[in-house]
Ligand binder design. Structure first.
Ligand SMILES: [Fe+2]
Length: 317
């Protein structure tokens, strides 16, 4: 990271956050390349897993089906009822693309781009994991992400957060492309003089650099507030902070599931009911995307990739 970018980010998010992120990235890379021990185990870093999986699927003649499934996008329309939602935001549509793992897309994102040109939304959120691997040249992932973002038409902008596959070095390039990143920060979305608040946190799953209190500190009481969190593992903290709605990804809904969408694994330390689709915890409503892309191996079974459109509605008393 060059000095100018370091200083800009340091001024913006604070030296502590930036140093923790960069140290975490270096430690994670060291474990990845040294292969680590049990203490450093992270499923994303197990290189043997996709190789074994690919071999097994080929033996079972399921490899082509799995790859086709990974491009079988479903547009999910999700109604959300939010108390105190300003009337101006009734019907406001938030398009979510999650876990693009953009450099791993078998068709270079072409099918997704063709679908996105017909999806109507007011605002778009990218909920982390732009890159396929956790450690690799990130230029192809950012290039593909920018191509995908250009297909999005959202008058209130494209907003993003970092996931566990992402480096903080991605931020300047994504922002230069018009994707505004939220690093434990909050944006005010104004429509016809009314406001809602969109907070976004850094990755909680691998880097533990999320700070919900900081993202929440300038949001007025009784405002409608939405949180972007890469992983649903933050559900309890988000509820405690009084968020109305949390939009998550990371789990891929399991990606490879048994019939009925029952995941073999979800790679998240939270109850499974938070790992796909809509859910609720105390006063918090949440939604976890099954992901738009795929990781480890670009295959899916009984868990189609999704393009999510959250439609905000004013909750009637
Ligand atoms: Fe992730």
């Amino acid at each position: 990271m060059n000095q100018e970018i370091y200083q800009n980010l340091s001024r913006r998010i604070g030296e502590n956050h930036l140093r923790r992120r960069l140290t975490g990235q270096v430690e994670s890379a060291a474990k990845f390349y040294s292969k680590g021990g049990f203490a450093s185990f992270h499923i994303e870093n197990v290189e043997l897993l996709p190789v074994v999986l690919k071999f097994l699927l080929k033996m079972l003649f399921l490899d082509k089906r799995g790859a086709e499934n990974a491009l079988d996008y479903r547009v999910e329309q999700v109604p959300v009822f939010i108390k105190n939602l300003p009337p101006a935001f009734n019907g406001f549509r938030v398009l979510q693309l999650s876990d693009l793992h953009a450099d791993g897309m078998a068709d270079n994102g072409q099918k997704l781009i063709s679908i996105l040109k017909h999806v109507e939304a007011d605002l778009c959120v990218l909920t982390g994991d732009f890159r396929f691997l956790t450690q690799d040249d990130y230029a192809p992932a950012l290039q593909r992400t920018k191509e995908i973002a250009r297909a999005v038409d959202a008058a209130y902008g494209i907003w993003g957060i970092l996931g566990n596959h992402d480096f903080i070095e991605f931020v300047p390039e994504l922002e230069d492309a018009g994707i505004r990143m939220l690093l434990n920060e909050t944006a005010t979305i104004t429509k016809n003089g009314s406001r809602i608040y969109l907070a976004g946190i850094d990755d909680a799953h691998l880097y533990g650099c999320h700070d919900i209190a900081k993202a929440n500190e300038n949001i007025p009481d009784h405002a409608s507030k939405i949180l972007l969190s890469h992983t649903p593992e933050t559900y309890a903290e988000a509820a405690e902070a009084g968020f109305d709605y949390i939009i998550c990804g990371h789990t891929h809904g399991g990606q490879i599931c048994l019939p009925g969408g029952i995941p073999l694994m979800v790679n998240a330390k939270c109850p499974r009911r938070f790992c796909a689709g809509p859910w609720r915890y105390k006063g918090l409503q949440g939604y976890t995307s099954r992901a738009t892309g795929a990781s480890a191996l670009p295959v899916r079974f009984f868990c189609p990739p999704e393009i999510t459109v959250h439609e905000f509605n004013r909750q009637q008393k």
